[in-house]
Design a protein around this ligand. Sequence first.
Ligand SMILES: *Cc1c(COP(=O)(O)O)cnc(C)c1O
Length: 396
Amino acid sequence: MTNQNMKMGTKAVWAGEKEYLVHGATQVPVVLSVAYNYDDMDEWYDVATGKKKGHIYGRNTNPTVQSFEDKMKALEGAEAATSFSTGMAAISNIFSTFLVPGDRIVSIKDTYGGTNKIFTEFLPRQQIDVVLCETGNHEQIESEVTKGCKILYLETPTNPTVKITDIERMAKAGHEAGALVIVDNTFGTPINQNPLSLGVDLVLHSATKFLGGHADALGGVVCGSHELIEKIYHYREINGATMDPMAAYLTLRGIKTLHLRVRQQCENAMKLAKYLQTKDLVEAVYYPGLETHPNHEIAKKQMKDFGGMLSFAVKGGVDTVRDLLPKLQLANRAANLGAVETTVGPARTTSHIECTPEERAAMGIPEGLIRVSCGIEDIDDLIADFEQAFNYVESV
Ligand SMILES: *Cc1c(COP(=O)(O)O)cnc(C)c1O
């Protein structure tokens, strides 16, 4: 069976590993060696110049890291993939690969906080023109793209208000304008959404989140055509934001259960979202699986399930958040997401800590917004936990 005709769960378990196994081991080894030894000077030369497969130096390639890249390639249905030390390294290295002073990039206001910082702080100082459109306003994005741009950069669903953008429609608009279309698929996961099959050029992930799934390894990855990935790889191998082999191994191991984890996380998110809608203290619930979500229909069209991320706004703003969150027993109050444990945090402290209150307000992120990354716990226990926390807040 080839990788192409395996279903997602089978790919998650088996794809990308076989050629890296040694001595009959059933698991990919963690190769910590920084350099590789050659007795044959001609062979060394051929590997170093890319004429022959092999490894030279850890900043360039590593077998454990490559196995992770091969698995991701299979999961995203891509020709090629390359990896990074973090998700932010993936994003910044992609921009550095393709953007030069004078270029224009079109994106949305609701990207991940770090990405937004690149747009507002770092790209402008390199004379790159950044245009940030209202997230979900497809007409505005199309009209900005038509004016000409090098890159159309999207994230869907977004962090933390889980807004949805129509990937297929945006890929078409981007390509008509000759732009490179890139999607951050961290929230989608390859299980729920494959942007390459919807026409985009590059799909990237913070591997730190759902892919690894256990909040114990940092990483980033980008998948696409041989031609584009070769260029990004070249920038990264020289500039050095290489993924660590141990992180690659932990992520590889995490991905083996990705389909099972994501299935449970989606189920928990849907049930928790519906429960939160019934609470008096909750002003609004944001989850693409709810029919009340403004782009529920687009989400239904482009996603297999709606993901493990949701957010909700509480009455009383920061004061309520301060009372409610410490009462939860089955949730980490932490900055990460996508882990097997439920993780909660205010947007002002997590995804958008880099922004000022004014910037958050401009992005439509209330100070009382709580982001929930649903874990794989039993949903009855999660709801009971939220229920006792709400009861406490209502009693004080
Ligand atoms: C966390 C995250 C990133 C950044 O990834 P790091 O691994 O933390 O550098 C980028 N995009 C999204 C959507 C994220 O959630």
